[in-house]
Design a protein around this ligand. Structure first.
Ligand code: URA
Length: 242
């Protein structure tokens, strides 16, 4: 695997000059138009630094990854259509605003994707959340669908698909196949992940160019075991057990 070169950028508040700001590694930019990368703000880089650190405790890993998940959900919600909605304020004036249009649901890819459910619930109270379990088949080493439980009207909803690490994209692509088989249009699926590999993003864009990926960071690449590098290790292990 040919690794991308890690880009670096001065990171810090705007009122500081470049030489007063530290240089930090920021997300690689990629050409795929359907991939939305969160702005590389000082906050986001600091949060990513916490969760990438192998010495970060499990409690901190949960807390800081949840903060990034909130940013991902808020960004994904910006991609949903709105319609005009004018209201009256307590001082009797009108305000021309907007209102969300359409129904949404979450679908988490078990088990790591379930770690993103809390952020979705914090932003969208009483949101329906479906589940998909895909695991690598021991014999063929291909991803295999073991279980799915989705809202019966999933085809009428916008779907926020949750999985924190987009490595090769094998299981997430299979999850999208499941959603497509239930009638969900590709353009109504938003795939949220914390860290994506360029390979995974490219595989997705090739098969599902109208699906949007919302990610906090596109990393350098994959190692020989298909871990994302520099990455953060095994997300599920760090969130649930270590
Ligand atoms: N899943 C993980 O948890 N980490 C990786 O680096 C890749 C896939």
């Amino acid at each position: 695997n040919e690794l991308q070169r890690a880009p670096s950028q001065h990171v810090g508040p705007d009122y500081k000059t470049s030489d007063e700001k530290p240089e930090a590694t920021v997300s690689t930019t990629i050409e795929q138009k359907n991939v939305v990368i969160l702005p590389q703000t000082p906050q986001l880089i600091a949060l990513l630094t916490m969760i990438r650190d192998k010495n970060t405790s499990r409690a901190d890993f949960i807390f800081y990854s949840n903060r990034i998940n909130r940013l991902l959900v808020e960004e994904a919600l910006n991609h949903l259509p709105v319609h005009p909605h004018t209201i009256t304020t307590p001082v009797g004036r009108t305000y021309a605003g907007v209102k969300f249009e359409g129904k949404i649901c979450g679908v988490s890819i078990m088990r790591a994707g379930e770690a993103m459910e809390q952020a979705l619930r914090e932003c969208c109270r009483s949101v329906r959340i479906g589940k998909i379990l895909i695991q690598r088949d021991e014999e063929t080493s291909k991803p295999r669908l073991f279980y799915d439980k989705l809202p019966e009207d999933v085809k009428d909803r916008w779907v926020l698909l949750l999985d924190p690490m987009l490595a090769t994209g094998g299981s997430a692509l299979m999850a999208v196949d499941v959603l497509r088989s239930k009638g969900v249009p590709e353009e109504r699926i938003l795939f949220l992940n914390l860290i994506a590999s360029p390979e995974g993003a490219a595989n997705f864009s090739k098969k599902y160019p109208k699906l949007r990926i919302v990610t906090a960071f596109v990393d350098q690449g994959l190692d020989e075991k298909n871990y994302i590098v520099p990455g953060l290790g095994d997300f599920g292990d760090r969130f649930y057990t270590l």
